[in-house]
Design a protein around this ligand. Structure first.
Ligand SMILES: [Zn+2]
Length: 213
């Protein structure tokens, strides 16, 4: 192969939710990305929302689907972030998922310098949500860049392959066998080891019109 044609690697931060599954599906299936090596990273985020177990199960099953149904190869890496101890502070505040993803994603890219692109599951639904979304995005990008202060190489670029699509449009693009395993609820209810969506959290309310939960 001509080395000048070699594409940089993409890091895909993957939670098993609708948005990041949509990004993963796009990276796995689109001609645009087919020559880019893919590294997938899942963070087991343990916090008072208690979502880690439901997400881990979604991630495992969805990645197995692509191993079987796609010719594209990928490397899977994992890490753990645990703020269960914050419960004692009786605080509603604990690190935002996107900040944790920025910090861990940046460090993954520092460790694997072939990563020059980092794919995020931002959607039109996020952008249109208003509120403090822009400020949260800026903080997340600042966290990512800060990790690179000691590096000589340029900071990897962010890509948002689904920024033009709403959550509902992303959902409609996913194969049925993937939809079955995607996890979206922020505060799952566990019964006999099986997780069910709470039907009350922000994401459950967002999806109730197009997913029969
Ligand atoms: Zn929910």
């Amino acid at each position: 192969m001509n080395p000048t044609n070699k594409k940089p690697a993409i890091l895909c931060m993957f939670s098993g939710g609708i948005d990041s599954t949509g990004v993963l599906h796009e990276l796995m299936t689109s001609d645009k990305w087919k020559d880019y090596p893919l590294i997938i990273h899942h963070i087991h985020i343990f916090n008072r929302e208690n979502r880690a177990r439901a997400e881990a199960s979604a991630v495992k099953t969805i990645l197995n689907y692509y191993k079987v149904n796609s010719d594209k190869r990928f490397l899977v890496t994992e890490s753990t972030f645990d703020t269960m101890g914050f419960a004692g502070l009786k605080s509603a505040r604990y690190p935002y998922d996107m900040d944790v993803c920025a910090f861990y994603g940046a460090n993954a890219a520092v460790a694997r310098k072939e990563i020059q692109l980092v794919a995020w599951g931002r959607t039109k639904t996020d952008v249109d949500s208003g509120g403090n979304f822009e400020a949260r995005m800026k903080r997340m990008q600042d966290i990512f860049s800060s990790v690179w202060i000691l590096e000589k190489e340029p900071v990897p670029k962010f890509i948002f392959p689904l920024i033009e699509l709403t959550k509902e449009e992303i959902w409609s693009k996913l194969p049925d066998d993937v939809k079955k395993h995607v996890w979206w609820c922020r505060t799952p209810i566990y019964k006999n080891d099986k997780a069910s969506p709470c039907q009350k959290c922000g994401t459950c309310l967002q999806v109730k019109d197009f997913i029969n939960g």
